[in-house]
Design a binder for this molecule. Structure first.
Ligand code: SF4
Length: 350
């Protein structure tokens, strides 16, 4: 006969023996980095190519997630979420490598790998992705805690209350299930769960796009406060350049699996050099403003020859049809466009 425990009013059901935080292992030091990385090791993609079957979706991308935060911007299908999955260790590169603290993820031993997964935590678009719908919020957070800390029940309950308070939630909400709270509260609870293992890096995949505008602003405030208070580093995946400017120092813009412009986030928002960055900038929604414009002709597929963006680009010339632009340094950023100087000067903008 199966025995069932009565519900705990604190919201802390005992984590089931099978309950697991992805990649977590008992006894892993909270926030620990792999042996050679030390706390706060850098997360890098080195010439990474990613594919699903025969379809290559990311082509030889390199980036470093470092202090100050890094934004990865592009439309859906640009490859940014696939690259983020690889940086989380969820997808193996076809070529190139992902490193943390100088160690190749593919070569990490089991203990190192568990340390990496504690140090680099994801926060997805909708908090429900991280929260089991059958579990109370408190239990979901306690489950992550149990995987990384040896705490007794009372200490775990106190820590869950602290974490909920840290993300601006009433600890009483520990007793609710995900569907019993608002979208903003759910996302805060998902952030609390990610923070339970004391990570060094948060990979934020469209963390506010499922929320309405006022709730978005409050969650962004929270993320800013947490970064400052906990010394977190963010890799932010989004389609919104303004959100990157708010949370990150550096920005990479991806189109059709390639980085087309990289540089300081503020520069890319205020003075884009690639026509695609310019189109994304013009698509940023503004509170009380006109509806955003789409980023160019979004129905056109990437071109197979020459510049992949040319079928959407209002500035395309003959050269763009025959010659793929190589990334090159232009006025404080790296950009892959034959006409970047003209875009920057505003001369080529219609
Ligand atoms: S290389 Fe040509 S087609 Fe490509 S973005 Fe620049 S101007 Fe447009």
């Amino acid at each position: 006969m199966t025995r069932s425990n009565p519900p705990d009013p604190s919201g802390l059901d005992e984590p089931s023996p099978s309950a697991r935080t992805p990649g977590a292992g008992p006894g892993v030091r909270p926030g620990a980095s792999p042996d050679s990385g030390g706390p706060g090791g850098r997360l890098c993609a080195e010439a990474v190519t990613l594919a699903y079957g025969r379809t290559t979706v990311v082509h030889e991308v390199g980036l470093t997630v470092e202090e100050g935060g890094v934004g990865l911007v592009g439309e859906s299908g640009s490859g940014k979420t696939t690259l983020a999955r690889a940086l989380l260790g969820l997808l193996a590169p076809r070529s190139g490598r992902i490193t943390y603290g100088g160690r190749d993820l593919a070569a990490m031993r089991r203990g190192e790998r568990a340390g990496f997964r504690g140090a680099v935590q994801p926060v997805f678009q909708d908090g429900s992705d991280a929260l089991d719908p059958r579990m109370r919020l408190g239990s979901s957070i306690a489950e992550a805690l149990a995987a990384h800390h040896r705490l007794d029940r009372a200490a775990r309950r106190a820590r869950v209350a602290e974490l909920l308070t840290d993300v601006g939630l009433d600890p009483e909400l520990a007793a609710r299930r995900p569907h019993e709270v608002s979208g903003g509260q759910r996302q805060r609870a998902a952030i609390a769960r990610a923070l339970a293992v004391e990570p060094r890096v948060l990979v934020l995949d469209e963390p506010t796009s499922a929320l309405d505008v006022t709730v978005q602003a409050r969650v962004l405030d929270l993320l800013e406060d947490l970064r400052a208070g906990r010394g977190l580093t963010y890799l932010l995946i989004t389609h919104n350049l303004a959100v990157v400017d708010r949370l990150c120092r550096t920005c990479h813009v991806m189109f059709a699996g390639r980085v087309v412009e990289s540089g300081p986030a503020r520069e890319l928002l205020t003075r884009p050099a690639h026509p695609y960055t310019l189109a994304l900038r013009d698509a940023v929604p503004r509170i009380g403003g006109a509806p955003p414009r789409a980023a160019g002709r979004t129905d056109a597929v990437p071109a197979a020859e020459g510049c992949a963006f040319r079928l959407r680009c209002p500035l395309a010339v003959d050269r763009c049809r025959t010659q793929a632009p190589a990334p090159r340094p232009v006025q404080g950023r790296v950009v892959a466009c034959h006409r970047a100087e003209e875009v920057l000067a505003g001369a080529a903008r219609k």
